[in-house]
Design a protein. Structure first.
Length: 224
């Protein structure tokens, strides 16, 4: 019986089968199979065939792992999203203070009386901050100024940029009258000027020096 297994194993190996493939057809220990096949040479064509099988197997394994990671990440994100639930008015108020603490301009000792300025490139964050201004702080839309800062290499897509920020902010396109172009250095290979690049949006509040100090007090309250 063992001789028949050995003969079959050698035949399969010469046909270019891998050890794992042979073990599926020949029920012996892997150590026994290695002993039987250690002197079995493979042709160049057979070696290439085995290499291609290994490559395809590795690709299949990588694809399976990638699919699992994507599905796992999706489930984690969906579960985490549900954990937030509905925001209360106070929670929204505190979130807005935290956003300004992280991304808003700060009043400097040598330049008192500066107003509120919030700058970001994330449309979702911009939308949330504008909601905070209007709902939590009761800032009128007429006092809100929106300014676009973008590299001068993107002048040809300006209508698209304005449309993007109008949709993100909920403000009409005619609101975006102040657009500032940053001169790009040709030799620098930037990562943020591709198709999805729309510059950054700066939100300013007219006559907001007192409001600015109020926010500073709220931030101090959070720190305390």
């Amino acid at each position: 019986m063992e001789a028949g297994f050995k003969e079959k194993a050698i035949t399969l190996r010469k046909q270019g089968f891998s050890y794992s493939e042979i073990l599926k057809q020949v029920n012996v220990a892997k150590s026994t199979l290695s002993l039987w096949l250690r002197d079995v040479g493979l042709s160049k064509k057979q070696t290439q065939k085995l290499s291609e099988k290994k490559r395809l197997s590795a690709l299949k394994g990588a694809l399976a792992r990638k699919t699992w990671r994507i599905e796992s990440s999706k489930q984690i994100i969906e579960k985490s999203e549900k954990e937030i639930g509905q925001l209360s008015a106070r929670e929204l108020w505190i979130i807005g203070i935290s956003l300004y603490w992280a991304e808003g301009s700060k009043e400097k000792e040598n330049k008192p009386g500066s107003g509120v300025q919030f700058t970001n490139s994330d449309p979702a964050m911009v939308k949330l901050f504008l909601r905070w201004l209007q709902e939590s702080c009761k800032i009128e839309r007429e006092r809100i100024y929106l300014e676009i800062y973008i590299h001068d290499t993107c002048k040809d897509k300006l209508p698209e940029v304005i449309q993007f920020w109008a949709k993100a902010s909920g403000f009409h396109e005619s609101t975006f009258k102040r657009i500032y172009f940053k001169k790009s250095k040709i030799k620098i290979h930037r990562q943020n000027i591709g198709i999805s690049y729309y510059g950054i949006l700066r939100i300013r509040i007219k006559g907001s020096s007192i409001f600015h100090r109020q926010i500073a007090g709220w931030v101090r309250g959070l720190i305390r």
